[in-house]
Design a protein around this ligand. Sequence first.
Ligand code: AG3
Length: 275
Amino acid sequence: MDLWFTERQSADMSLGLRVTETIHSEETDFQGLDVVETAQYGRMLVLDGCVMTTDKDEFVYHEMLAHVGLHTHPNPKKVLVVGGGDGGVIREIIRHPSVEKAVLAEIDGRVIDISKEYFPAISKGLSDPRVDVQVADGIRHVQEHPGEYDVIYIDSTDPIGPAVGLFARDFYQAVYNALKPDGLFVAQTESPFANADLIRNVHQDVRSIFPHTHLYLAFVPTYPTGMWSFTMGSKRYNPLEPVACRVEDTKYYTTEVHKAAFALPPFVAKLVSGQ
Ligand code: AG3
């Protein structure tokens, strides 16, 4: 029998992957959660029908979310991840020797449990003694911790359902307040091909709050269109001048890739040029 997973990425586009085994399926208090084995990308985590990560391509997103921000900051000690319950970003963050504490604020505790059970290679960082895992509303956490963090990551789902508030100007203002005077944040901000308006709006909002706002790109094969964007707001440091690479044996991140990721094709540059 041929069993296929289809993500309806938009009304007009979908991604299909052949499924060799269905591992787990449930409705949590927040969303549908499925784990399946795919022939092409190995084990895959799906939330509300959307691909979150797969064993074979997760390194792109997690390395490029974590390492670009941390190599922009000269001495990051305290880091927050909002969302990211699978632990992939945390795993990359704790490879940085300067990091003393990494807090994970994930609203859906089931994502954490299931990742620990079925994605050990992705979630392994969650048990590190420097990591404080909190099943909590990330928006509240940010509001309640002014001036505390060097770097904040927003590893959210798409801007529908539980993540809507994570793409709002008020939230970016709260993130600004939760950062130290030289802090910075990075948020995943979807695909330039599929979510142009979102990228434009987020950039405008972040630019109205942070002195330095930058968009960068990475190639994630299982996300809509494969071309993925990240938005950085920084109070002081310039991501175009990264510090020397502090991590070894990466599969995607290098200093050259870091710099190159900020080179935007004109159609993407236009989204964030303010015109
Ligand atoms: N964060 C989700 C990225 C959005 C993917 N969107 C989609 N498939 N429609 C990934 C969480 C990984 N830590």
